[in-house]
Write a protein that binds this ligand. Structure first.
Ligand SMILES: [Zn+2]
Length: 172
């Protein structure tokens, strides 16, 4: 019998396992931990949506206006070099093939999003939530500084010649 993929990676304690089973797959604990921090920093985002209409791939955290798609990849499913392989002891070929397909799919998702002008950020679920959140905050804030309508509008604003439009305080 194949074990539940999430058990093998980080959800090793019974409490955590129970917790995972109670949650939808996108609401993993590592992801929630990152989201809490982003929210605490005042960032607003969408959860588990397809960044690009028609592209049937969901990102875990989506900053629509900044065009940033964040994926918190499960170590097992996405073939984390540190934890992915220890997880399967049985059905090795089955899992290896499945994970290889996931990895290929991730790459394809990356390139399709990038071709649509998106920034793709991928993290492993084992990574420190503080560091991950800090990284995301930095990149989102940088993106928010970019002018949205070409370089001229930012120049105009920078010169202070025109009254500034009310700034939308919500980031996304
Ligand atoms: Zn890992």
């Amino acid at each position: 019998m194949a074990r539940s993929p999430n058990e093998g990676s980080w959800a090793s304690s019974p409490g955590r396992r129970r917790n995972m089973q109670a949650n939808r797959s996108q609401d993993t604990q590592p992801e929630l931990a990152v989201r809490r921090r982003l929210h605490g920093e005042g960032l607003r985002y969408r959860i588990a949506v397809a960044p690009v209409p028609g592209l049937r791939r969901r990102a875990d955290i989506v900053f629509t206006r900044a065009r940033i798609a964040v994926f918190i990849d499960g170590c097992f499913w996405h073939g984390c070099p540190a934890h992915g392989r220890q997880s399967f002891k049985r059905n090795v070929d089955y899992w290896r093939t499945k994970i290889a397909m996931n990895v290929a799919r991730d790459r394809e998702t990356n390139s399709r999003l990038k071709s649509e002008g998106w920034t793709v950020l991928r993290y492993w679920e084992h990574e420190d939530a503080d560091l991950v959140a800090r990284d995301i905050v930095r990149i989102v804030r940088q993106a928010q500084l970019r002018p949205t309508k070409g370089p001229r509008s930012s120049l105009t604003r920078g010169l202070g010649m025109y009254p500034q439009p009310d700034r939308d305080l919500e980031s996304d």
